[in-house]
Write a protein that binds this ligand. Structure first.
Ligand code: INI
Length: 154
């Protein structure tokens, strides 16, 4: 018989760190609320959750790496909002966070979940932070729970 392994959508007994950027806090605060709400509705208690604020998306990786390497967390949920401006800064921030989180996954084996919005306009970000297109923080929390459970089974 083929063995098939799937992660359950339950907080279980896992511990979750959430790293959230203060830059564009109007948006990231909504992503954080969505993530916490999703974790709690899937059974997480306050003791299982740790929230860490950083100045901007660029700083997410250094905090996420420390948390992932600490051995205390089963998943690290990373929340930020990068919104395109008039310069190339957007590209640099997007490149740094994408590479950085990928590296943390490889280096630590702890899932660093990409809950960072990369949008052309503030409207696109708002649509993904609890309005028309759902809440990317809540989706990131679902991925974190699924991966924490999955890795617990492998
Ligand atoms: N940080 C963000 O989280 N989102 C942005 O849109 C953004 N832009 O466009 O500048 C941004 N910049 C700040 C950056 O993340 C660092 O905090 C800053 O460069 C200091 O290292």
């Amino acid at each position: 018989m083929i063995k098939e392994i799937k992660g359950q959508l339950s907080a279980g007994k896992a511990n979750y760190a959430i790293v959230v950027s203060r830059f564009n806090e109007f948006v990231t605060g909504k992503l954080l609320s969505g993530a916490v709400d999703s974790l709690q509705r899937h059974g997480a208690t306050d003791e299982q959750l740790t929230i860490v604020w950083v100045p901007g998306t660029i700083e997410i990786t250094v905090a996420a790496k420390r948390l992932a390497g600490s051995g205390k967390f089963n998943a690290v949920i990373c929340l930020g909002a990068v919104i395109r401006g008039q310069t190339s800064h957007y590209e640099h921030v997007c490149q740094q966070i994408t590479r950085g989180l990928g590296q943390i996954n490889y280096d630590t084996g702890v899932p660093a979940i990409f809950g960072v919005l990369t949008c052309d306009t503030i409207e696109q970000a708002i649509e993904r932070a609890g309005t028309k297109l759902g809440n990317a923080g809540a989706s990131a929390a679902l991925s974190a729970m699924e991966m924490a459970d999955l890795l617990g089974q492998i």
